[in-house]
Design a protein around this ligand. Structure first.
Ligand code: ATP
Ligand code: MG
Length: 1029
């Protein structure tokens, strides 16, 4: 629903009021503080009176110095007397008469009005009070129960005020008796949380007073303003003191509720010994930066999450959790949303084109940003730019060894170096299972290191040579210890098809247990999956048959009736392949089915090892190669580390299939320590350091050479300078970078040798703000400028051309016949666009006819237009499969093109935002980003905004009657999992929690906006002050 429709804003008319006063009238502080998560607003939350007593309240209770302020108490007394007096003078319509803002829904019931003066939720209530008449029938009963409970609580709230209430409809005696009975019930239920202390009553009194609307004489109004001001100041002081209270409970300083939630939501009852030791480390208590390195599946995430909760709840600071892939970010957002809802913090997704820069400024709630590497960098930049970095208390980097991973590693390094340089209070934690040279990273991060070789499920590593299995044992001289001979009966045909005995190996575990087979190439994944199925017994078909046929149906639906022939053959056997050639929807379905045991075997590429959390009883490595490259030790460790599922398996095992000639190399693979991790700032001709220096100058972090040198001395590259900067020193390279940036017109260098000032140009600023690759920024600028001269907006084609990623051009070779066919299907004006960007029909026609073209044509533009036409088709048809077929491209490539285009579109949007001349693009590109991000019929978009909800799931939900975010946020997960095919209870819980979180986040952002709008400027000229005398 459109929240704004329910907001009527009227300006306060009775002279100047303090901004706190104004704010209080609109949205009383207490209620705002607890509103989003209390029972009124999250109807799905357990309706427990305990929720009504927020953390703030508890904290307030512990602070009572205000009681010693007799003058304030006296003022309060007089204020109460005045209130009582004015209440007898003022009649029911004073609500309106006072001209104060009502943010309530027009549908607000009288019962709600009744408590408005006490605890008002404004926008949030309005959102919740939308009557879900169109809610699926299965949910209506649930809503009814909810409403009744809510009414009870609303009535109880009335009982909580100590200030006489005005403006309320006359209440009959029976009403009062009824209320008294209900109140008695609730008073009883609320007992443990209702504070009977004087300070509590005082607080309630103050809040109620501050919120109570009335019209009074000017002098009374002025006096009231003074009292109000003081109340606000007092409350603020209390808040500050409370927020410094760090020890909130017995569970590592956290409330016991956290422990309960870990049990309820994650099934974790007790911490492993190492986890407990680590959390109690002195350096952790002192918030020193920390790296913890433990084997895969060691349980590192839990420690990081407990530290995040401490930061959010005890230190009241925002946190940033950096994960390497979008899928992991989405998984984490879904997993932590319930914690956010229960513990009152926001979980915000920063992945793909999601995430606001700078983030929404939230006064009431702390945020946990869960971000990909790239988004985390932009987020930190935006916090530095807006001077808000101090709000970021903790940054956690998962898979810290990614520092050594090409361009992405360089981005992690830039982010961390900026944090280290700019904030003395932001705590950094890094986790990894495969870090060789921890010392270097420790020096870089100025961090302590915690290491332990704990693994909850023992991992047994084996290699297979011919018919024999050897156990890996580094203590043995040969590294390999004979374990057993493989027992199998192969026909000669089978021996030919499966010389490596993969079928014998997998059938030892499937279908009862799960198995992953890592293959060197994508094609090999598909072949191995097909080959295994060919020789499996029919029994396999009967294992979880019904669920497998549902999966097949869903796969078909996700492809709008199309289905991969390999999957069609393999899924009935419980087998599938998993690599980047799948569409996102297929991948998600395959992952979910594997997690729930419907599929028992996946053949996959190495990306699965890091991309998703899909462990297996047995992991088989088909060969020690990825494509033609011999495996790195860290890659091997990540792959075999998937073996053994905590809480499910008692053991995990890995088998590496070797050929005789690979034996020697394999020894160092399985027995040697992991490789070192090196800085990647110099990777790809120093692209990393170039863009680092540009953003440092742009963000005013370094405006002189001295500062720049100082900054660079704090990078990992500097720690490893002797190893990495062989030809030239780091500083010489940096000076060269400044020259290059100057030549490209991205920075200016003013002043003499020792005293230069480094400044960013407009183009430079747009480049780093849009995270645009420096190689393309000039080209992007000229393309966008040219575009403005004749921007054609009667179709999406022109805009799509402008946001087609440059770096994908080299990966596509147009088929000329296809190009021509698609070209001729464009409208005349669309063909004109093509000609305008340098791709005339005559050229395409000649190419299709196999003729040579002498004319000088920019082939980059030609291929880019081809890709733009693919995107254009996608937006029109929203069917990845048919577009792939039409353009003779693989669906995996189309999927990559689509996600890269949506990410690049949001980059171009940020780029244009910095350049005044590109103003028309702003509005156009934000809508286009949204279209590209979801690329579905528009009615599914609100559902797909929820982390991890794909098109096919959105369709199912929509067809079952869950049409909006509010429907999903208010759904009962058990009903949902019963109504929706193949939606397990746990997934339903997570979807509903994520939807609730998103709804809360949106509502709270609107609330903050309203507060900002109505805030009285501190610097308002004094001549507007009303003369009191
Ligand atoms: N104390 C615990 N009790 C039971 N299970 C736990 C405990 N701690 C963690 N786990 C579970 O162990 C599994 C692996 O943990 P986690 O994902 O944190 O491993 P990790 O150390 O990050 O490994 P990797 O390096 O592979 O990412 C998870 O399913 C997690 O829920
Ligand atoms: Mg992990």
């Amino acid at each position: 629903m459109d929240v704004n429709q329910n907001i009527t804003i009227k300006r306060v008319s009775s002279g100047k009021r303090s901004r706190e006063r104004l704010k209080t009238l609109l949205t009383p502080a207490k209620k705002r503080g607890s509103s989003q998560y209390d029972t009124n607003n999250t109807p799905m939350a357990d309706i427990q009176p305990a929720e009504y007593c927020s953390d703030h309240e508890d904290l307030f209770g512990a602070y009572d110095s205000i009681l010693e302020d007799s003058s304030l108490l006296a003022k309060l007394d007089s204020r109460e007397t005045e209130n009582a007096h004015s209440s007898s003078e003022n009649k029911p319509d004073t609500h309106q008469g006072a001209g104060f803002t009502s943010l309530r829904s027009s549908r607000t019931t009288s019962a709600n009005q009744l408590c408005e003066g006490v605890l008002t939720d404004s926008i949030l209530d309005a959102l919740e009070e939308e009557s879900f008449t169109d809610l699926p029938a299965s949910q209506l009963e649930f809503q009814e129960i909810l409403k009744n409970t809510k009414n009870l609580i609303v009535n109880t709230a009335v009982d909580k005020t100590s200030t006489p209430l005005r403006d309320f409809p006359k209440r009959t005696e029976s009403d009062i008796t009824q209320d008294a009975a209900v109140n008695e019930v609730y008073r009883h239920a609320l007992k443990p949380n209702v504070r009977k202390s004087m300070s509590d009553r005082l607080k309630r009194t103050m809040l109620s007073n501050a919120a109570a609307p009335f019209s009074v004489s000017r002098s009374v109004g002025q006096k009231e303003a003074v009292v109000s001001e003081e109340i606000s100041v007092a409350l603020q002081a209390m808040k500050t003191v409370s927020s410094q209270t760090t020890d909130l409970g017995p569970f590592f300083g956290l409330p016991t509720k956290v422990k309960e939630l870990l049990h309820k939501l994650k099934g974790i009852k007790i911490l492993y010994d190492w986890q407990e030791t680590c959390l109690n480390l002195d350096c952790v208590q002192r918030r020193k930066n920390l790296i913890f390195s433990l084997p895969t599946s060691g349980g590192k995430t839990l420690v990081a999450e407990i530290l995040i909760l401490k930061e959010l709840l005890c230190r009241k600071k925002d946190c940033l959790f950096i994960l390497p892939y979008v899928s992991l970010v989405q998984e984490k957002v879904r997993g932590l949303a319930s914690f956010g809802l229960e513990l009152n913090f926001m979980v915000e997704e920063y992945a793909g084109s999601k995430g606001k820069f700078p983030p929404v400024r939230r006064r009431t709630y702390k945020s946990l940003f869960i971000a990909t590497i790239e988004k985390a960098h932009s987020l930190v930049n935006s916090l530095i730019e807006t001077n808000r970095l101090d709000n970021l208390g903790l940054v956690v980097v998962d898979e810290l060894h990614m520092l050594g991973d090409g361009a992405r590693g360089a981005i992690i390094e830039m982010t961390l170096a900026k944090l280290l340089y700019m904030s003395k209070t932001t705590h950094i934690i890094g986790m990894s299972a495969t870090l060789g040279n921890i010392k270097d990273i420790q020096t870089f991060l100025n961090a302590e290191n915690y290491t332990n070789d704990f693994r909850p499920i023992q991992l047994k590593e084996y290699v297979k040579l011919k018919d024999t299995i050897f156990e890996v044992d580094p203590k043995e001289e040969e590294c390999f210890k004979l374990s057993r001979s493989l027992n199998y009966k192969y026909s000669s045909g089978m021996q030919k098809m499966d010389p490596d005995h993969i079928i014998a190996l997998v059938t030892e575990v499937i279908p009862t247990h799960s198995c992953l087979v890592f293959c060197p190439t994508k094609k090999n994944c598909e072949n191995v999956a097909s080959m295994i199925c060919k020789y499996l017994k029919e029994d396999f078909l009967r294992h979880r048959e019904a669920e497998k046929s549902t999966l097949l149906r869903e796969l078909r639906d996700s492809g709008n009736g199309n289905m991969c022939p390999v999957l069609r053959r393999t899924v009935p056997f419980g087998i599938a392949y998993h690599h980047s050639g799948l569409t996102t929807a297929e991948r998600k379905l395959v992952e979910e089915a594997y997690s729930s045991g419907v599929l028992c075997l996946l053949t996959c590429t190495s990306t699965l090892a890091a991309g998703v959390n899909l462990p297996a009883r047995r992991v088989i490595l088909r060969s020690p190669f990825i494509a033609t490259e011999f495996l790195k030790i860290s890659q091997y460790k990540q792959m075999v580390g998937r073996a053994g599922r905590a809480g499910i398996d008692t053991a995990g095992e890995s088998i590496l299939i070797l050929q005789e000639k690979e034996k020697k190399m394999a020894k160092s693979l399985v027995c040697a320590p992991v490789e070192n991790c090196y800085s990647n700032l110099m990777h790809d001709d120093g692209k990393g350091i170039l863009s680092l220096i540009l953003s440092l100058i742009g963000l005013n972090i370094t405006t002189s050479f001295v500062q720049l040198k100082d900054f660079l001395s704090g990078t990992l590259l500097s720690v490893q300078e002797t190893q990495l900067c062989v030809k030239k020193s780091l500083w010489d390279s940096a000076l060269e970078c400044v020259e290059v940036l100057k030549e490209k017109g991205l920075v200016t260098v003013e002043g003499a040798a020792q005293d230069v000032t480094l400044k960013v140009t407009r183009l430079g600023k747009a480049t780093y703000k849009g995270s645009v690759d420096l190689t393309y920024s000039g080209l992007l600028y000229s393309d966008l400028s040219k575009g403005l001269e004749g921007l054609l907006l009667n179709s999406y084609l022109h805009l799509l051309y402008l946001v087609t990623p440059y770096d994908l051009i080299s990966q596509c070779k147009p088929e000329w016949m296809v190009y021509l066919r698609q070209f001729t299907m464009l409208s005349a004006s669309e063909q004109n666009i093509s000609a305008a960007v340098g791709v005339p029909e005559s050229f395409v026609a000649r190419k299709a006819a196999g003729q040579t073209v002498k004319k000088n044509i920019d082939m980059l533009a030609v291929t880019r237009m081809y890709l733009a036409m693919v995107l254009f088709s996608l937006l029109k048809e929203t069917n990845l499969w048919s577009v792939a077929e039409k353009f003779h491209l693989s669906r995996g490539f189309i999927q990559t093109l689509l996600s890269s285009a949506s990410a690049f579109c949001s980059c171009v949007l940020h780029f244009t935002e910095e350049l005044e001349e590109f103003w028309p693009y702003k509005a156009l590109l934000s809508e286009l980003t949204r279209r590209l991000t979801y690329c579905v019929q528009s009615e599914f978009i609100p559902l797909m905004e929820v982390a991890g909800v794909m098109e096919s799931r959105a369709k199912q939900l929509y067809n079952a009657g869950y049409k909006t975010l509010a429907h999903l946020a208010n759904a009962d997960p058990s009903v949902l999992s019963k109504t929706i095919d193949n939606l397990y209870k746990k997934q339903a819980n997570q979807i509903v929690a994520a939807a609730k979180m998103l709804l809360n986040e949106k509502a709270s952002a609107l609330q903050e906006e309203v507060d900002d709008l109505l805030m009285m400027p501190l610097d308002l000229p004094s001549n507007t002050t009303v003369d009191l005398t």
